[in-house]
Write a protein that binds this ligand. Structure first.
Ligand SMILES: [Ca+2]
Length: 142
């Protein structure tokens, strides 16, 4: 097994994500409220298994029973079987930070965009990269 040659991960802050998305905190709050509302179509104020399953179906994202359960388990930080808006926001904060961290690792020129050569280099540079990349992506999804 070769040693990963990824740049050392730097701490990512939500303010960087907002800057990259050209989004204010207020705009982000509205975006998250809309997304939560999309899943919470019956306006209960929380998400359960059926909400997530129906939401994925509406987005044409195939999902399996286990996948929905895994996602709910990760989001439901107080383990009461429901995902309320604050838990949903915490989950989204973490996932957006993780995604942006991966973006920063690939964007070695730090110019806010990933060029084909940066992506190629990231994919080819290290034997461990594929494993790390897909492991991170998997952890973001689940
Ligand atoms: Ca909960």
């Amino acid at each position: 097994m070769t040693t990963a040659r990824l740049p050392k991960a730097e701490k990512t802050f939500l303010s960087e994500v907002l800057l990259a998305l050209e989004e204010t905190e207020e705009q982000r709050d509205i975006r998250l409220q809309k997304l939560f509302g999309f899943f919470d179509s019956s306006r209960k104020g929380y998400l359960d298994h059926r909400d997530v399953e129906l939401g994925f179906k509406a987005l044409s994202i195939p999902c399996q029973y286990k996948y929905v359960n895994d996602l709910l388990e990760v989001c439901d930080s107080n383990s009461d079987g429901r995902v309320d808006f604050s838990e949903f926001c915490r989950y989204m904060d973490n996932k957006e930070l993780e995604l942006y961290s991966i973006f920063k690792e690939i964007d070695v020129r730090h110019n806010g965009s990933i060029q084909p050569d940066e992506l190629r280099s990231a994919l080819l540079h290290s034997g461990d990269f594929h494993y790390l990349f897909f492991k991170k992506l998997y952890n973001i999804v689940v």
